[in-house]
Design a protein around this ligand. Structure first.
Ligand SMILES: *Cc1c(COP(=O)(O)O)cnc(C)c1O
Length: 338
């Protein structure tokens, strides 16, 4: 897939590391070797997957002549933090619309990403109830900013449209090149699956190069069929944008919903275990909402024998660790191991 004809800003200057996790693999004790791709180390304030997508989304905004970015997310949104971060870097204003998916969860004085919104100089924050039509809320804000003479550009939630998903097509291409250069092979890959752009772009990038390594998505919110349909639809839209005519097998799209727990952003014991175990074996921080739950899924699948003994499983670390600081109480109880 030729991505070079799409405008991008060059936020991703080098490949993120691919690392073996020897102590974590041993502690897991499931006879599989776990590897990690460190997209938590991408540039942009505190790193994370949204930088790859925003590389294309912000370039599109600038091509449209925008001077202001509007985006949306949950109250502790990594996507909002990174969109704001790159807007700052580009000299653009940034306004956020936050969806209070858990009633009463927005606290202006909260730590984590919320603190960073303030520190990075967000222009405005509007909080709307869970289930609100986010695109309409952002359109309303865009209208009022236009009346003030601004030129707003709306980045959809998670930057998960076809433009943003190009960033994860690029990630798949980058990973393939690393596998070639470093003589690496993997039997499975595991990715978090939220607003779907990461999963969709990555899987499309793999399939379009005939890399038939199974990619397992771990959902953090929606039910399996709904999430898989969202990923599949976005894959088709992204393929259309790139102009590739390929049959995308629906069966390649897998997004388990078994690790969501009580709901989006609500902690699970398995998430606490995953975050704590990776921290204590490898010194790497996951997050409570996405990568922690996704890793808890990988661990459960490994323990259940889903991956063959001796197989090599690559986990895509999408970042998010600033959100940990909004979950201190969850972790104070600690996880003492089994
Ligand atoms: C947004 C996010 C995800 C999910 O990526 P999507 O493209 O929205 O599916 C995973 N991990 C972290 C840390 C995120 O911020």
């Amino acid at each position: 897939m030729n991505l070079s004809r799409f405008p991008r800003r060059g936020y991703v200057k080098e490949a993120t590391p691919v690392e073996f996790l020897p102590a974590f693999s041993k502690a897991l004790g499931a006879g599989v070797d776990i590897w990690i791709k460190r997209d938590d180390l991408l540039p942009g304030t505190s790193g994370g997957n949204k930088t790859r997508k925003l590389d294309f989304s912000i370039a599109d905004a600038l091509a449209c002549g925008a001077d202001t970015i509007i985006t949306c997310g949950a109250v502790q949104s990594n996507h909002c933090r990174l969109t704001l971060s790159w807007a700052v870097k580009e000299g653009l204003d940034c306004h956020l619309v936050l969806e209070e998916r858990v009633p009463g969860s927005y606290r202006p004085e909260a730590s984590g990403n919320n603190f960073l919104y303030q520190l990075l100089g967000v222009k405005s924050i509007a909080v709307v109830p869970g289930g609100s039509p986010m695109m309409q809320e952002m359109e309303k804000l865009a209208d009022s900013l236009r009346q003030q003479g601004r030129k707003p550009y709306i980045v959809p939630g998670g930057a998960s449209n076809a433009v943003g998903a190009l960033g994860y097509v690029q990630c798949a291409q980058e990973l393939m090149q690393q596998m070639f250069e470093q003589n690496l092979s993997f039997d499975h890959m595991v990715v978090p699956s939220g607003s779907a752009g990461t999963h969709a772009g990555f899987l499309l990038g793999m399939l379009s190069c005939h890399m038939d390594i199974p990619v397992t998505g771990i959902g953090v919110n929606r039910k399996k069929p709904v999430q898989e349909e969202a990923v599949y639809t976005l894959m088709r839209e992204t393929a259309a944008l790139v102009g590739v005519d390929m049959d995308i097998p629906r069966s390649a799209v897998v997004a388990y919903d078994d690790y969501v727990g009580p709901g989006y952003s609500l902690p699970t014991d398995a998430m606490v275990e995953a975050v704590t175990l990776l921290a204590r074996t490898e010194g790497i921080l996951l997050d409570p909402v996405y990568s922690g739950k996704a890793m808890s899924g990988l661990m459960d699948l490994a323990r259940k024998g889903h991956f063959e003994k001796g197989s090599r499983v690559l986990f895509l670390h999408t970042g998010g660790s600033p959100a940990l600081y909004a979950y201190l109480e969850t972790f104070r109880g600690g996880w003492e191991g089994k």
